[in-house]
Design a protein around this ligand. Structure first.
Ligand code: ADP
Ligand code: MG
Length: 250
């Protein structure tokens, strides 16, 4: 479903991604672990088409994203076409990024009406259904300031899901939450995985990764140093770097 090959990204003189390769099969969950500053958010931003790679390819369902081949030449897509491709990739950020002047329902509707051109009544119906799916049917008319962090993050998940994406990317979705609110967000994500969504999740929640991920990858200094199914990854890490990291997060 999602394939990344030889992905490179440099900011100024900092080589943040040094040739990253990985594949997520349809319906599978890949967890990305790694220390702060190792490039985890960067790779998600590239996959979400929020930034361009310097080199390498991102393929979604066999289609190369962000570029168009015309007469043998590869051309970067314009903003309009990029915006359309982005709707096929749902992204959930650490800090929710909701619009504070809109209630939950209107936050979820926005992509449908603005990007997809869906009629308001139809968008409202779909948004309400999606809020119900994340357990927030009763909170549809609440503004972000009237919702807990866990509820806000579930609105953000509903907002991404309502676009019916092929893949969902999560960037430390529970890191900004009070501990007692982490579980409700992870429960929604686990249900989503059980429903067959293809997901990439950057997380420090190793118990979640063990339970839900099909594969876990260890990121360090802009490369994947190790990836394996969760039991193998957590019980028999092969690399010293992974062992050291796991000692800290366990
Ligand atoms: P992680 O999510 O693993 O903590 P990031 O992908 O956020 O890591 O960042 C990796 C490195 O890239 C860090 O050194 C960070 O300072 C740098 N970086 C990220 N985004 C930018 C940017 N827009 N401009 C310059 N440097 C950046
Ligand atoms: Mg990050």
């Amino acid at each position: 479903m999602l394939r990344v090959t030889d992905l490179h990204k440099t900011y100024g003189r900092t080589e943040v991604l040094k040739g990253v390769d990985f594949t997520v099969e349809r319906g599978e969950v890949k967890a990305l672990l790694g220390p702060s500053g190792s490039g985890k958010s960067t790779i998600l931003r590239l996959m979400a088409l929020l930034e361009r790679p310097d080199r390498g390819e991102i393929l979604l369902g066999g289609r190369r994203l962000g570029v168009q081949a015309t007469g043998g030449r590869v051309v970067h897509l314009g903003e309009r076409e990029l915006a359309r491709q982005r709707t096929d990739i749902g992204m959930v950020f650490q800090k929710f990024n909701l619009f504070n002047h809109l209630d939950a329902l209107h936050n979820v509707m926005l992509g449908l009406t603005q990007v997809r051109g869906v009629k308001r009544a139809e968008a409202k119906e779909q948004a309400a259904a999606m809020l119900a799916r994340v357990g927030l049917a009763e909170r549809a008319r609440h503004f972000p300031s009237e919702l807990s962090g866990g509820q806000q993050q579930r609105v953000a998940i509903a907002r991404a899901l309502v676009m019916n994406p092929s893949v969902m990317l999560f960037d430390e979705p529970t890191s900004a939450l009070d501990p007692e609110l982490v579980g409700e967000v992870l429960a929604v994500m686990e249900q989503l995985a059980a429903d067959g969504m293809t997901m990439v999740v950057v997380t420090h929640e190793t118990r979640f990764a063990r339970r839900v991920a099909n594969e876990v990858a260890m990121f360090d200094s802009g490369s994947i140093v190790e990836q394996a199914p969760p039991d193998e990854f957590f019980d028999h890490p092969r690399h010293e770097r992974t062992r050291k990291f796991l000692e800290h997060v366990h």
